[in-house]
Design a protein around this ligand. Structure first.
Ligand code: ZN
Length: 248
């Protein structure tokens, strides 16, 4: 049943991903996400609908603008594909429920802020703050409990203290993103934070091996790793937390 729903969710998931590309490109520049329509970032030519079809147009154009041949970033099809898979995964996991709507919205926000953090090293307030407010309200209405607000305050507070202790390592954007993870995941946010921190160690170690002491001055955006941890906790937080507590 949910398998069919997940398959049906792929196409709207691609459309959401396409919209997230617009959000990620324009919100940091304080531009409207409604108009004008999409245009080539290099030559400014407005895109015809057939050059703006998720995944398909990128493949047909072989990653280049039809008019000026400027390369189109691989992030565009990547955002579309990842969003579609996450929305389909949420449909598979939660079925056609309000929890699916929360999960899909949560994943969409995580994809958007990962894209802005990778590209510009920012996690825009104009995305993460309204998302946290709406999703906190939704979770509290769907499953009345203080778990959601406590999860947000706990995760955000933990990162806030970490940011004070190591000012170079983490930004306030990461603090707000941790708050967002907490209000959606509740107690499972511990899984998200731990997984995110472990995942971020991998590129840090690679930089260290490649560049030695110079790597200390290089920074990696933390947002995408937190987002990865958030997705893991969304889909498998309960079993992972249970397993962890049993091992302890
Ligand atoms: Zn162009």
């Amino acid at each position: 049943m949910n398998v069919e729903l997940a398959a049906l969710a792929l196409a709207p998931g691609l459309a959401v991903g396409s919209f997230l590309n617009v959000v990620a490109a324009r919100i940091p520049l304080h531009r409207s996400i409604v108009k004008p329509g999409s245009a080539c970032m290099a030559c400014g030519t407005a895109l015809a609908w057939y050059d703006n079809v998720p995944l398909v147009s990128y493949a047909m154009l072989r990653g280049r603008c039809r008019h000026c041949s400027a390369a189109i970033s691989w992030r565009y099809p990547a955002v579309e594909a990842v969003t579609a898979l996450l929305v389909a995964g949420a449909a598979l996991r939660f079925g056609l429920t309000w929890s699916f709507a929360v999960a899909a919205a949560f994943c969409a926000v995580l994809v958007a802020v990962s894209a802005t953090d990778l590209e510009r090293r920012i996690i825009p307030n104009r995305i993460v703050v309204p998302a946290a407010v709406v999703l906190l309200a939704a979770q509290t209405l769907l499953h009345p409990s203080v778990e959601w607000i406590l999860g947000g305050v706990g995760a955000g507070g933990f990162f806030f203290l970490a940011a004070l202790a190591y000012p170079g390592g983490m930004g306030m954007g990461d603090v707000k993103l941790a708050f967002l993870l907490g209000v959606v995941l509740g107690r499972d946010v511990t899984v998200a934070l731990l997984a995110g921190m472990i995942a971020a160690l991998v590129p840090a170690a690679v930089l260290g091996v490649k560049h030695g002491a110079a790597a200390r001055k290089m920074t990696i955006p933390f947002g995408p790793f937190l987002a990865l941890g958030g997705v893991l906790a969304l889909f498998a937080g309960h079993p992972i937390l249970d397993w962890y507590l049993r091992v302890l």
